[in-house]
Design a protein around this ligand. Structure first.
Ligand code: FAD
Ligand code: FO1
Length: 493
């Protein structure tokens, strides 16, 4: 190993999930939510631990074809991004392992095979990820550290409870922002020459290499239940074969999106273009779906191909005290981190039971109201409603993988209006959102649906049929804000 780089990840970002004792050996970073080599506090922490014990970090991604709601559109974007991650890690002399099978089982197995000293993983408030971590804890006795590499102010540090809304979380975040908005150190180089040395990844197993010389990781033999897809002798994996092979096992009826280029480098390029060309219009025009004033960064953020903290640092550097910059930071930090707060502290973030009490009460008292239109899930999916504006929004999402933020609110509220019950409305909105949005399956999505249908983080408004006191939206309001005919013309299924 090269040099000690001397950085120290803020311990308030780190949460140890068990009481396992640290020993010598490779440190596994179980990458999941934060799929990038740069600006990643979880990876930096794994590298820091490895340096402290004179060992190596090993990055593992546990790929499951059963991720809820995911299909070829999402896996294609994710895997193409991961191919770039492997390349960047190789340049740092850090091995990358793609594991398949049941994720916690596969990670436990890897930990055993390389005699790992610890596992570091990234923070994620979603239920499935919490379950995976619990399952891993049952299978390992080494320490498992969770590092919040997604939020600027770590979710647990920002607040210890579910917040009522942006107005209660905002001051808590502001107080801590300076402490956590630090510059990222460079990821240290492991091995003498990084990827100049084709053998480096293998050599570097050094201390962690199992005494019995098991070759699963580099030799590619199959293990019962889990298959390791190995990099051979320090060379890159054959992604051209792996990606189509994997995609064929998924639902390919939802097509990949070619207009959003996946990966860390593409994410930084996209963000650079946004700052140069569109950020100045963000403050005034972000609610106009025709204006092209929004960043389009949500898919990159969802898959962790870019760090929100890097984006915020760039905005502060390039647009200090700028109203558009401030308005963008409000969405990127307060709104986004509020979503993590909800999902982390409310187990029912994706169901009617999770709505605030006043919202459940008002929706309950309007259950029997007559609905002027009623559609089932298939009619919604086929954009087959009486409302051309709604149909255009659905078409935008299906065709482009991304519906504009203003239309997402309108779209979800109309599903509530035209569905027999709020439970069914929420389930339909989540189903469609997760199936077609590239950024779906995200805390922001569950929170956005709960805001639109269940008054989450909102207040009570004037009472009306079906909605009760939940905020209402209609096409007249949309027409006042932007040219709805132009939008309707742009998107059709
Ligand atoms: P920009 O306006 O450029 O904002 C920059 C970033 O700030 C976004 O990428 C996002 O990370 C964050 N952000 C912006 N608006 C919000 C918001 N209202 N809440 C939380 N964070 C926000 N967002 C998702 O990432 N995934 C989803 O699945 C998702 N589903 C939604 C469903 C509904 C019904 C609603 C009302 C909102 C949903 N949102 C979702 C939130 C928001 O609409 C999107 O984040 C935004 O439209 C993404 O486009 P952008 O990157 O161009 O946003
Ligand atoms: N996380 C994983 O660790 N393994 C996966 O195979 C995986 C698939 C996947 C597919 C679509 C998608 O939107 C997310 C997926 N994730 C996967 C999780 C993702 O990294 C995020 O952590 C959460 O969806 C958002 O917090």
């Amino acid at each position: 190993m090269n040099h000690k780089s001397g950085y120290r990840v803020n311990p308030a970002r780190v949460f140890q999930l068990n009481s396992g004792a640290h020993r010598k050996g490779p440190v596994i970073y179980w990458m999941s939510r934060d799929q990038r080599a740069g600006d990643n506090w979880a990876l930096l922490y794994a590298a820091q631990l490895a340096q402290e014990t004179g060992s190596l970090p090993v990055v593992a991604y546990a790929l499951t074809e059963k991720y809820p709601g995911a299909n070829a559109r999402h896996y294609g974007f994710m895997l193409r991004g991961l191919a770039g991650v492997e390349k960047k890690l190789m340049a740092k002399g850090i091995p990358f392992r793609l594991l398949t099978g049941n994720p916690p089982g596969a990670v436990a197995r890897l930990a055993h095979v390389v005699s790992a000293s610890a596992v570091v993983t990234d923070f994620d408030p979603l239920r499935i990820k919490k379950e995976w971590k619990k399952e891993l804890l049952r299978q390992i006795s080494i320490p498992l550290y969770e590092v919040d590499a997604h939020n600027i102010v770590p979710c647990r540090a920002a607040s210890g409870k579910q917040e009522f809304g942006a107005y209660t979380l905002r001051p808590k975040i502001r107080k801590l922002l300076e402490e956590f908005m630090d510059e990222f150190p460079d990821l240290p180089l492991f091995g003498k020459r990084g990827n100049d040395n084709p053998e480096s990844a293998q050599e570097n197993y050094g201390p962690g290499r199992p005494a019995d010389g098991k070759e699963e990781l580099n030799g590619g033999s199959r293990l019962p239940g889990e298959i390791f897809i190995p990099a051979e002798d320090g060379r890159s994996m054959d992604w051209h074969r792996i990606i189509p092979g994997f995609l064929n096992k998924t639902d390919t009826s939802v097509k990949e999106i070619e207009t959003i280029v996946p990966g860390e480098d593409a994410a930084m390029d996209a963000f650079g273009s946004f700052m140069q060309e569109r950020l100045p219009a963000y403050g005034d025009h972000r609610n106009d779906p025709n204006a092209g004033a929004v960043s389009g960064m949500s898919a990159y953020l969802h898959f962790g191909q870019i760090s929100a903290q890097r984006m915020a640092l760039e905005i502060l550097k390039n647009f200090p005290k700028n109203p558009s910059g401030d308005s963008f930071l409000e969405e990127l930090i307060v709104r986004k981190e509020l979503s993590d707060n909800l999902c982390h502290y409310n187990d029912h973030y994706d169901s009617f039971e999770g709505f605030p009490e006043w919202a459940r009460k008002t929706l309950d008292s309007h259950r029997k109201d007559e609905r002027e239109y009623l559609y089932d899930r298939e009619q919604f999916e086929l954009a087959d409603t009486h409302d051309p504006l709604w149909n255009a929004a659905q078409a935008e999402m299906v065709n482009t993988g991304k519906m504009h933020g203003y239309m997402r609110m309108y779209w979800a509220k109309k599903i509530l209006e035209w569905t027999p019950s709020p439970e069914e409305a929420l389930a339909t909105a989540i189903y469609l959102n997760d199936k077609y949005e590239l950024d779906g399956r995200d805390p922001n999505g569950y929170t956005g649906c709960a805001w639109s249908i269940g008054g989450m983080h909102d207040r009570a408004w004037g009472e009306r049929p079906v909605f009760g006191k939940i905020r209402y939206m209609n096409d007249r309001g949309a027409r006042r804000k932007f040219n709805t005919d132009l939008y309707i013309n742009n998107f059709q299924l």
